[in-house]
Design a protein around this ligand. Structure first.
Ligand SMILES: [Zn+2]
Length: 331
């Protein structure tokens, strides 16, 4: 399986490093379900589920007051190219999408615009905007998403770097707040693609969700979301914790990736693409304590001085999410 770094030199030795696990702070261990139950979203969409997961979720959400749901089973369709599951073809193991709303007319409209999006017709962009509104996403972000030439995950992630200065394959950005770190699945209160890392509508919505947590859980989550993210696409990312950026070097004390999600859906935890990413990329970085990315190169150094270096084969977006106690120092 192709991976985004070709290692030229690997000197990292020793035990397989531990990965930081995200705090399990949300009701149902799922941020979107928790925000929907708290009436912060008119509707909820859970996709890439197995039939067993679909049934289990339907039971769980039945405990929320006044809900209607619809379960779409695409088992009869050929397996599509999937952001998680890789190539098209083969058995479609995650064919279930569950739609849930507090009101029947909201559910009906969501189902209608979901079908409209699949037609690829002239009203597709409008259908995307309507679906975004029903799912509780800010209009500026949904509009920016709908305007992209393609809505594929790598295209969306690369679009963040468009206006940032690039250094070869690498683009670096600084986020307004760690609450805009949408990368860690099921943990981040932003569950859509924010239109930018300074989007005030996204930050307001994230704060409204975050404010529902008990103070200690809220603090844990903010600390977890802080740090530096190196992203090749939506799910192939590395999250460096307790990260300081000093003269182009990123010093860090821990690493997580998409597989660090507790109670992850099977589409994530069983993804061969993400497992390969962990084996080939995350493990090397987790074994280090300092990282430099420049041009098309990445160099990871451990505390004992051993190094791994490689060439980037895919564009990399680096986003710094300063923790509230940080007061600059990015360079
Ligand atoms: Zn926005």
């Amino acid at each position: 399986m192709r991976h985004p770094i070709r290692w030229l030199k690997r000197c990292m030795t020793g035990a397989v490093p531990d990965f930081r696990v995200s705090p399990d702070v949300w009701q149902y261990a799922h941020v979107e379900a928790a925000l929907f139950a708290a009436c912060l979203k008119p509707a909820l969409k859970l996709e890439d589920l197995t039939p067993v997961e679909g049934r289990s979720w339907r039971q769980k959400i039945a405990s929320i007051q006044d809900v209607v749901s619809s379960l779409k089973d695409q088992r009869a369709l050929p397996s599509p190219e999937s952001r998680l599951l890789g190539r098209a073809g083969g058995t479609f193991k995650h064919p279930i999408t569950l739609y849930v709303a507090h009101r029947p007319e909201v559910l009906a409209e969501l189902l209608r615009v979901e079908d409209e999006q699949k037609t690829g017709g002239p009203r597709r962009a409008e259908a995307i905007r309507t679906a975004g509104r029903l799912l509780g996403y800010p209009p500026c972000c949904t509009a920016a998403f709908a305007d992209l030439p393609r809505q594929d995950d790598p295209v969306v992630v690369a679009s963040y770097g468009r206006s940032a200065p690039s250094n070869g394959m690498v683009r670096s950005l600084v986020s307004e707040s760690p609450l805009l770190n949408f990368f860690p699945p099921l943990a981040a209160p932003v569950t859509w693609y924010p239109c930018s890392f300074s989007c005030t509508a996204s930050l307001d919505a994230a704060r409204a969700g975050h404010a529902r947590l008990a103070p200690e859980a809220a603090q844990d989550l903010t600390a977890f979301l802080s740090g530096v993210v190196l992203a090749f696409d939506r799910f192939r990312f590395l999250h460096l914790h307790d990260a300081r950026v000093e003269s182009g070097r990123i010093l860090y004390d821990g690493v997580s990736d998409a597989l660090s999600t507790p109670s992850a859906p099977l589409a994530l935890s069983r993804s061969s693409r993400l497992r390969a990413f962990r084996r080939m990329v995350s493990t090397v970085v987790a074994g280090g304590r300092e990282l430099v990315v420049a041009g098309d190169r990445i160099v990871v150094s451990s505390s004992d001085g051993s190094q791994s270096s490689g060439v980037l084969l895919e564009p990399l977006t680096v986003v710094w999410f300063p923790s509230p106690r940080d007061d600059g120092g990015h360079s």
